[in-house]
Design a protein around this ligand. Structure first.
Ligand SMILES: *Cc1c(COP(=O)(O)O)cnc(C)c1O
Ligand code: SF4
Length: 334
């Protein structure tokens, strides 16, 4: 088989219009402010996927409560490329670009812009920080999308992390198996084989229609690596019971354990994606009665200012009443 050229990523207004999505002038205008990219694969998956990637003029409206650094990364960054918020785990961000740019991205002021990823010297300084901090049990590679690293560089980075005796777990957060599954090739799978530490991969997916044939094949190639699902609750994309139920079933079917349902962070220009917390709780309450425990993620909020993630419900026990899966209350003492 000859190698076919990879289909070109949609970046300009004219690319989107050619794919039958959006308005060129709008897209080019938004692209002056925020990074824009969508793979041709995603362009074919219907409106719930298009809404996540096709720029919208409303992105240029920043509400007063929206923040450039919505989850307070900067407050906990001791060295460039590290965010160390909890004692036993930290984020390492080797690069700041992604295969696609989600219109609601919480790091949209940093990813895909002028700021470069880490230089070799900066990466070594970040690794030195991890070496010196013996309580770091888990290193979470995020970004940007760490699987955008060329496989040889990924392999070297994983080897350097594995060489640090106290690092037991390496977790990679990625959109690639869904957004650009061809990148999960034999060379990448080989690079992901660890000697000593344990690798987990958290896959970002927000709608069942993202589970395309190529994405499912890429997930199969990752077989043997424990997979977690990360979802953002998004208005008019997945903020209804049917969409969430189908998504979490698709994840479990393809060996991804739904991990977090994130309440949308206060990133600039994302108001048109925002739901109320009570709407999210109501959806989660409904899911309890519909899908198995394995299919249930935890609904979380990343507290602005850098205070970490908090589960935000719903609660099933309150004031001596416990609620069953059908929504019926029963008395239960403290
Ligand atoms: C989200 C996050 C983590 C990971 O949190 P978990 O609850 O373990 O998934 C770790 N560090 C930072 C800075 C984070 O933002
Ligand atoms: S893949 Fe993640 S980091 Fe990249 S644009 Fe989407 S939300 Fe942001």
């Amino acid at each position: 088989m000859t190698d076919l050229p990879r289909p070109r990523t949609l970046r300009r207004g004219s690319d989107f219009v050619e794919a039958g999505l959006g308005d060129a002038a709008t897209i080019d205008k938004v692209a002056e402010r925020y990074a824009v990219a969508m793979t041709p694969l995603l362009a074919e998956l219907g409106p719930a996927v298009a809404k996540q990637f096709v720029p919208d003029l409303r992105e240029l409206d920043t509400a007063p409560e929206e923040l450039a650094d919505p989850i307070g990364d900067q407050a906990h960054s001791p060295v460039k490329g590290i965010v160390h918020r909890y004692p036993d785990r930290l984020l390492l961000t080797p690069l700041l670009h992604c295969p696609v740019y989600c219109r609601f991205c919480f790091r949209r002021e940093r990813v895909g812009g002028a700021e470069k990823g880490l230089s070799d010297a900066e990466l070594q300084a970040a690794l030195d920080y991890i070496r010196a901090n013996h309580q770091v049990w888990e290193v979470i590679l995020t970004g940007g999308d760490p699987l955008m690293l060329p496989p040889p560089r990924l392999k070297t980075l994983l080897a350097e992390l594995e060489a640090i005796a106290h690092v037991e777990i390496i977790r990679i957060h990625s959109r690639i198996p869904i957004a650009d599954p061809e990148r999960v090739d034999a060379e990448m799978v080989e690079a992901l084989k660890l000697e000593r530490a344990t690798l987990w991969i958290a896959v970002h997916s927000n709608h069942a229609s993202e589970f395309s044939v190529p994405a499912i094949a890429a997930l199969r190639r990752l077989d043997g690596i424990p997979l977690l699902g990360q979802t953002v609750l998004l208005k008019d994309v997945n903020d209804n019971a049917e969409a969430l139920e189908a998504l979490f079933r698709a994840m479990v079917k393809h060996k991804i354990k739904p991990y977090y349902l994130h309440h949308l962070d206060l990133a600039p220009g994302t108001g048109h994606f925002r739901t109320g917390i009570e709407d999210g709780q109501e959806l989660m309450r409904g899911l309890r009665g519909k899908i198995s425990g394995v299919c249930q993620p935890t609904y979380v909020l990343d507290i602005p200012g850098g205070h970490g993630k908090a589960p935000i419900g719903p609660t099933f026990w309150q004031d001596g009443q416990v609620t069953d899966w059908q929504g019926i209350d029963h008395p239960y003492r403290k």
